[in-house]
Design a protein around this ligand. Structure first.
Ligand SMILES: [Zn+2]
Length: 661
């Protein structure tokens, strides 16, 4: 049987330490081996189809401009492998973090001799924008999987013997996550793992939808459009200026999908809807594996060819009452990227007619749309208490009459059903939920990348910033987010319960001031481990919300609070208050708050409530700054409003205070 072309292997050379003393005599340059003299060194040349992935930068990337039937660069590759290489090159461009076609980024260092290898001390490891010391923390582990002569031989063997993408990703995982997609700053910000994972997915999507004819001449068609060169397929790679902006023949889509539901949970078992959502998502990922770039519990990033119907893909979600909000970007492959929508919308709003003209001339489109479940033409009351879509049926439980549709009833009765432990009855409990906001994540990554570029002092910094493609970084970030929550549960499993066993974002525990503090501290600990360089404030993509209430309190209210977290840590005390805190504030409060300040805090809060004036509060604090030094410090140094100090104090320090209103 003919072996598979495994696109993920194209960058295997990046796992090799060319500067290792043992490998000096091979005079290795670049990260591909198409020019390697196998005969001279007595090494066997790989024979599997995957070998031809080594040609993806062939002839200094002249291969992008040449006809795949007649071009010099293509003639080195047997005809039958050219389509795979062609699609691999397209996928590699689409998955990269910064447009690959930009002129090489000049080094900011004083290294004048560009032709020589970079100095040895130049770090080759990945730099995570949110965890800059990530590599150093992996003590003793080295990025390179291959560094000896034996290793080099092994590298070539692997090209022949690996049988699936998954096998390669899992076998080399520990090296792939430490190695950057590109070692040249500022491109060293994504892991090679995520880069090749995305390349592999995009490659297989293109291959599945591309018509390939191998006869006397090769013909590649996507959506009925035949092309002969990479350039012709992609079109220009720029969206501004007047060069490199030509329309391409091949287009595709990136789609950001938000999975939402109108349901309002009446009873505790109704959270089984989330079990349902997770199950539907699992089935979706199994069916559309390669189309899914990355996902969270309620967000899916898709790469799709033209013509693939979202309504069909999401039909099971829609049939179960979920709806899908999405932002779809359609563009030439040369300019398509997952965050192009932001640019298109911004230029439209700024009335930048020259750039908008380029977008229009290339038929670039951005849509914001919604897919709704089938609804009856006429809604005849009573409608379902839970989904508020379907006609409700009368049902009696514990002498309470409810109107619930068949679907919602089925969800309620299905799956595991979580119950509060007996000793929680009549007590206060705390529901909490982690959240990752993917829109905030895109914005945060763009800003963090710009800061990084500025720190490097490089030429054409603005162009590089404009050409940042956040997809791979987002995927890396989401992987760390999932890892962080897993680690949280290792620490907090005695403290809290998971109402849905395979869903890590949601938890609940019996209320006590101590438990609230411990939960927040456990979160801060794992957050600092995974995201030390991502400031925990209102711009933070990650947040934690805690909602405190009596155990009898309607479950829907907790979930309503979780829907739109305002800050980094959001705390709500049923019917009393809700406050948001950033990381700095919460740390200070945990470390510095003393019980003796309570009465003073009440006084400040009531002054603020009565006067609505911050000045009156400051005057009072200045007045008592000697006797109330802790609070005066908190207020003057960290600028935490007194009511926020008081609110935090009420839930963490004084048990009985909770019952005061
Ligand atoms: Zn319903």
């Amino acid at each position: 049987m003919e072996k598979e072309f495994i696109a993920e292997l194209h960058d295997i050379g990046k796992l090799l330490d060319k500067n290792s003393p043992e490998l000096k005599r091979y005079n290795l340059t670049g990260h591909t081996f198409e020019k390697f003299d196998f005969g001279k060194f007595g090494i066997e040349k790989p024979t599997s189809p995957s070998w031809w992935g080594q040609y993806h930068h062939h002839n200094k990337s002249k291969i992008n401009d040449e006809d795949l039937n007649t071009g010099d660069s293509w003639r080195d590759i047997p005809q039958e492998y050219r389509p795979a290489l062609f699609l691999l090159i397209l996928a590699d461009h689409l998955a990269s973090s910064i447009s690959r076609v930009l002129p090489p980024i000049p080094s900011g260092s004083s290294n004048k001799d560009e032709s020589k290898d970079k100095p040895k001390d130049e770090p080759k490891e990945v730099l995570k924008l949110w965890n800059r010391d990530f590599y150093k923390k992996n003590k003793g582990k080295y990025w390179a999987a291959f560094k000896s002569e034996e290793d080099l031989k092994k590298l070539f063997e692997i090209i022949d013997t690996i049988t699936s993408p998954e096998e390669f990703l899992s076998q080399y995982n520990e090296y792939l996550i430490l190695t950057p997609e590109d070692e040249a700053k500022p491109k060293n910000i994504t892991s090679l793992y995520t880069h090749i994972e995305l390349v592999g997915k995009i490659y297989r999507v293109l291959k599945r939808h591309c018509e390939i004819k191998i006869e006397s001449v090769l013909e590649l068609k996507l959506n009925g459009e035949a092309v002969k060169t990479i350039k012709e397929a992609e079109g220009g790679n720029r969206t501004e200026g007047n060069q490199n902006i030509k329309k391409g023949k091949w287009q595709a889509r990136f789609v950001k999908c938000y999975i939402k539901y109108p349901h309002s949970f009446v009873r505790l078992q109704d959270i089984n809807l989330l079990v349902k959502r997770n199950k539907l998502a699992e089935d979706f990922f199994a069916e559309y594996k390669d189309y899914v770039m990355f996902h969270t519990s309620d967000f899916i990033s898709l790469f799709l060819p033209i013509g693939m119907e979202l309504k069909e893909m999401f039909k099971d979600f829609l049939n179960n009452g979920f709806f899908i909000e999405y932002i779809e970007t359609i563009a030439d492959l040369g300019i398509l990227r997952s965050n192009l929508d932001i640019k298109v919308i911004r230029e439209r709003e700024n009335n930048k007619s020259d750039i908008t003209k380029v977008f229009n001339s290339r038929n670039t489109r951005v849509y914001r749309k919604i897919l709704l479940p089938e609804m009856l033409d006429k809604i005849v009351p009573p409608i379902c208490d839970i989904c508020q879509i379907n006609p409700g049926k009368e049902r009696m439980k514990e002498n309470i009459k409810e109107w619930i549709c068949d679907k919602c009833y089925e969800v309620r009765e299905s799956g595991e059903s979580f119950k509060y432990p007996d000793q929680w009855q009549e007590n206060k409990i705390v529901w909490f939920k982690f959240n990752l906001n993917t829109e905030k994540l895109e914005n945060w990554l763009q800003k963090a990348f710009e800061k990084y570029v500025d720190s490097l002092n490089i030429n054409n910094a603005q162009t590089i910033k404009d050409e940042f493609r956040s997809l791979a970084c987002q995927s890396d970030f989401v992987k760390d987010y999932k890892g962080m929550i897993k680690t949280f549960w290792h620490k907090a499993s005695d403290l809290a319960k998971k109402p849905i066993s395979n869903y890590d974002e949601l938890g609940v525990f019996l209320y006590s001031g101590e438990n609230v503090k411990k939960t927040i501290e456990a979160f801060l600990e794992v957050y600092n481990e995974y995201f030390p360089d991502c400031e925990g404030d209102y711009l933070s993509p990650i947040s934690l919300s805690l909602s405190i209430s009596n155990v009898k309190y309607p479950i829907r209210e907790h979930f309503r609070f979780f829907e739109s977290p305002e800050g980094f840590i959001n705390i709500r005390n049923q019917n009393i208050f809700h406050s948001s805190y950033d990381k700095k504030e919460i740390k200070w409060l945990i470390n510095n708050l003393q019980s003796k300040g309570l009465h003073f805090l009440y006084k400040l809060a009531s002054i603020y409530e009565k006067t609505g004036s911050e000045i009156s509060v400051i005057v009072e604090i200045m007045d008592k700054r000697k006797s109330q030094q802790d609070i005066s410090d908190l207020y003057s140094k960290i600028k935490i409003p007194p009511e926020k100090i008081l609110n935090f104090y009420r839930i963490t320090e004084v048990e009985n205070e909770l019952y005061k209103t």
